[in-house]
Design a protein around this ligand. Structure first.
Ligand code: SAM
Length: 237
């Protein structure tokens, strides 16, 4: 068996600080914005020359947070409620023989801070600190196939939960507005996806949930098909 050793070409700085509540695929939460900090050996504007001509990019990355947990030939995809098994290569599970992920994200532009070069991206589904192995332009003429079919579908309509904010949560969002101007839509888009385990769907739920976005801890509860945001506070407070 051949072995290949790759070095990361960059690291993601993402608002998703824990796996819980990260959407299952990119594009589902457009308000999620992050950036790739290029590694030293690629930290050269020439590596990104011409990238502005592509609105979207493929990111190839390592599922670094779960890679130590190994893999099995069959998995239970969350979208099937954890009841049915499918072959690992028939799914996008993070638990793979080679723990490699791929996501199409929106290209928001290149900039530098001092000597460090960053590539700004949005609509990502990657955990903060994810090592990036490669960046490639998304080619609609080849990558978007109109006759492609699959059982995997984008959640929409009744799949999406409604989201409301208590007066306290609305007040707290105002407080963080200068730091995170899109916080309200970001929280809303994440919670519309219903981050809870699939078996909880359409069941009474007394629990209060919490997720970390940026340095914020956000709690909510579930009332019928509505996620009600209760409180937003910095993780340090
Ligand atoms: N779009 C990618 C793909 O298809 O290869 C990822 C799909 S995977 C089902 C999406 C999940 O990966 C997210 O919900 C998040 O929990 C998890 N994830 C994101 N970054 C990760 C990382 N660095 N290590 C482990 N899991 C990660």
């Amino acid at each position: 068996m051949s072995e290949f050793i790759f070095n990361e070409i960059g690291i993601i700085e993402s608002p998703y600080r824990q796996k819980f509540a990260i959407p299952r695929q990119p594009g589902l939460v457009p308000a999620a914005k992050g950036r790739i900090k290029l590694s030293e050996h690629c930290n050269n504007l020439n590596t990104l020359k011409g990238i502005e001509s592509s609105s979207h990019l493929w990111l190839i990355f390592v599922f670094h947070e779960t890679m130590d947990q190994g893999w099995k030939p069959m998995v239970r995809p969350p979208r099937l409620g954890g009841n049915e098994k499918m072959g690992v290569f028939a799914t996008r599970t993070t638990f793979r023989p080679n723990p490699i992920g791929m996501s199409v994200v929106r290209n928001e532009g290149v900039y530098r801070e001092g000597k460090q070069i960053y590539l700004q991206i949005s609509a990502l589904d990657l955990l903060n600190g994810t090592p990036i192995l490669d960046i490639k332009p998304y080619l609609p003429y080849s990558d978007a196939l109109m006759d492609a079919t699959t059982d995997f579908t984008k959640p929409s309509g009744s799949d999406l939960m409604t989201v409301e904010f208590t007066p306290l949560a609305q007040q707290q969002i105002q407080h963080f507005n200068s730091q995170y101007p899109e916080l309200l839509s970001f929280i809303e888009q994440v919670l519309q996806q219903d981050p809870r385990p699939a078996y909880k769907k359409n069941k009474p739920d007394e629990k209060t949930y919490a997720m970390s976005l940026y340095d914020l801890n956000i709690s909510w509860r579930v009332i019928a098909n509505t996620n009600q945001v209760l409180e937003i506070a910095t993780t340090t407070s």
